[in-house]
Design a protein around this ligand. Structure first.
Ligand code: CP
Ligand code: NVA
Length: 332
């Protein structure tokens, strides 16, 4: 499998076999890390991390993965660089492409990361845009595979904002990997029709179903994997909270929902999550609207079904696989 010098912008650009290869490579890197087997395969290379939105997991995953591979890292955000305010993304990409071997970008429109990749001359990795979060998917499906031993034929249900970056990406990833995808959400939060049609076409070839349901109990019946994400994503207006809470309050993942799923169900969340009052936003929402937990209850979050911290750890192993596969020499 040769992915050398490819960018990783969205899963739609990758074949089923290529995604499976990246998952296998991730498992191999995880095993090496656990057994203290050195893997500085990209010694001497340099990468830049561009973040126009905040991050804990993605930034740390890229940094640790890069160090483990023997690379050097520069982190840039809008406050500490010219990016965006004084210099276009295109010019920034051209400059960074002259100095770095690879560039990660987290920010707003998918078109920004696509333009960056078109101008940089080196691989560009999407660390989250408004539309997609592809590196998250590799961690999610590695976690699912670790729990079930396989992917094909499983049922994954996403509860919440069905058109956000994570939900869009899950629908694509499921269709590519032959996992049945059901969205539990009110109609107004169902995804873009074009993307749905693309995924349904792919799902025909991988023999799985892409379904949409307003009733969360119907949707989650027999689910192997229940997934949720924050109800308001980064970059959305602050004044959207009230409307979104009203739309999604009946789509919270609680024990009632989990008990309705398959016996072997696991719970996943890309994180960060509002499952208690130990965050500034969680506290504000409680004061304003009286809600103590949002997309998932604390009980589910901390239950034996919850694999969210394995999933978070897997961000690092999977991002390592993406960087290695795209930066290694062709014939290695
Ligand atoms: N899941 C995820 O992308 O987390 P961060 O926003 O912390 O990077
Ligand atoms: N949908 C969330 C994902 C965070 C990892 C957001 O964009 O804020």
């Amino acid at each position: 499998m040769n992915l050398s010098q490819r960018s990783f912008l969205k899963l739609l650009d990758y074949t089923k076999e290529e995604i499976e290869y990246l998952l296998d490579l991730s498992a191999d890197f995880k095993n090496k890390k656990k057994n203290n087997i050195p893997h500085e395969y990209l010694k001497g290379k340099n990468i830049a991390l561009l973040f126009e939105k905040t991050s804990t997991r993605t930034r740390c995953a890229f940094e640790v993965a890069a160090y483990d591979l023997g690379m050097h890292v520069t982190f840039l955000d809008p406050q500490s660089s010219q990016m965006g305010k004084k210099e276009s993304i295109e010019d920034t990409a051209k400059v960074l492409g002259r100095m770095y071997d690879g560039i990660e970008y987290r920010g707003f429109s998918q078109s920004i990361v696509e333009n960056l990749a078109a101008s940089a001359g080196v691989p560009v990795w999407n660390g989250l845009t408004n539309e997609f979060h592809p590196t998250q998917m590799l961690a999610d499906f590695l976690t699912i595979k670790e729990n079930f031993g396989h992917l094909k034929g499983l049922k994954l249900v996403f509860c919440g904002d069905g058109r956000n970056n994570v939900a869009n990406s899950l629908m694509v990833a499921c269709s590519k990997l032959g996992v049945n995808y059901t969205l539990a959400a009110p109609k107004s939060l169902w995804p873009d029709e074009n993307l749905v049609n693309i995924c349904k076409d792919i799902a025909i070839s991988t023999n799985c179903q892409i379904e949409f349901e307003e009733d969360i109990i119907k949707a989650t019946k027999d689910a192997n994997c229940i997934y949720t994400d924050v109800w308001v994503s980064m970059g959305e207006a602050d004044n959207i909270w009230e409307e979104r809470l009203n739309l999604l309050k009946n789509y919270q993942v609680n024990m009632n929902v989990l008990n309705n799923a398959s016996q072997d169900v696991i719970f996943l969340h890309c994180l960060p999550s509002f499952h208690d009052l130990n965050t500034t936003i969680g506290e504000e929402i409680y004061k304003k609207f009286g809600l103590k937990e949002m997309e998932v209850t604390d009980e589910v979050f901390r239950s034996k079904y919850s694999k969210v911290f394995d999933e978070a750890e897997n961000r690092m192993h999977t991002i390592k696989a993406v960087m290695y596969a795209t930066l290694k020499d062709k014939d290695e």
